[in-house]
Unconditional design. Sequence first.
Length: 77
Amino acid sequence: MLEDLASKAHIELVYVETVLKIIGIAYIAEFGAQIVRDAGQGSIAAKIELAGKLLIMTMAIPILKLIIETVLQLLPA
């Protein structure tokens, strides 16, 4: 279904997969941080959230690059 939607929107499937992975990382990091926070370890929970954010930023670099390239193509030379 996702492949069909991506092809109809003229979006490469790799970007759709990346967005889904980013969403998964966000949910897992938040869930893990809440479990650790409930156990009374707030500082470890903060580290889990930071690690999740770093992973998300790392995975989002290709998408950000594509957005910047698209914007630059729209601007007059």
